[in-house]
Write a protein that binds this ligand. Sequence first.
Ligand SMILES: Cc1ncc(COP(=O)(O)O)c(C=O)c1O
Length: 391
Amino acid sequence: MDSTSTAARTVKTGFAFFDLQAQFATIRHEILQAVESVLESQHFILGQQVELFEKDAAAYVEAPYAVGCASGTDALYLALCAEGVGPGDEVITTPFTFVATAGSIARTGATPVFVDIDPDTFNIAPDLVRKAVTEKTRAIVPVHLFGLAAELRPIQKVAEEHSLAVIEDAAQAIGATYRGQKVGSIGNFGCFSFFPSKNLGCAGDGGMVTARDGGMADRLYLLRAHGTRRKYHSEIIGMNSRLDALQAAILRVKIRYLDAWTKARRDRAALYAQLFDQYDLTSFIKSPSAPSHSGHVYNQYVIRSDDRDALRDYLQEHGVPTAIYYPEPLHLQPAFAYLGYSKGSMPEAEKACLNSLALPIYPELPAEDQERVVRSIADFYKSQVHKTRGN
Ligand SMILES: Cc1ncc(COP(=O)(O)O)c(C=O)c1O
């Protein structure tokens, strides 16, 4: 997601890892109309389009307040600032995520405290969260990775016991549910990204913070616009992180299709599972787990294989695009070396970096492409058996 090109097509075969053009073709007319109306108005910063989108998005996420901002990264930073997190504080999070999660914590001056993941879900392990709480802990940032809700109930319990804020990183998970509730409406804050490859993507960068509390929402409105309620009068130190009116207008069109696109993603995940069965692959690869109390939205479809690198090379040679999210855990990256973690300290996250592989998934993905992906995986394992026999 993140750094990949937003039009990630493999030139050789035309087979797409994801295909935003296919989606645009279905809503082209409405998007162009929305863009045209903003251009006609010449009103580009905040204003009616942003307010209307914030209303639609709050209703969609089932959160009392939604505040548009410039990116998912800023959404995290703004939520942390609204909560008053800063130097001397510790914030617990996962090392198996996009860098923005921990980077935003570090930017406030607080210390990111990494805890390992549950190997089954890729999400932060709640029992380890409990063990990591100290006197200095101020907040927990669980990430709903790949579109699957983190195990929030025990995390909320720890937070309540120690008066900590829960800031959900829902950048990859708009529409996902946890025990019947939408993610982003459960913790104190929900942080969303509208990066183009997200399930609800705009035409550039965009983000949003949801909040349960009106006072916190008010702080977010202030923080995203230089601390000002009226022009040239700053109540607090803020920043410039506004959602553009053009992006809001586009998002207002797209949010109406989001449930249908989520259903299409779920159908494609179900087809992968069926094909893995059909091709007898279930002992070689592990498909993503989806606990019955969670509604997965499959921003990514990530399998695990002990032969990941060889499998990926084979698929690439046969024109099947894949991606690795994430090749390196955050606690071992140079940017976080100052925290002093060593190799082996988060074994499950480190293992996930070595054996996880994302397969193509997007709402318009043709069934024939999925069949080709799975057939190629089966061919790889057949070739492995032949190699072993040949030795
Ligand atoms: C888990 C996670 N958190 C935060 C972000 C940051 O969002 P943005 O790219 O909109 O700044 C992303 C984006 O890829 C993400 O995947």
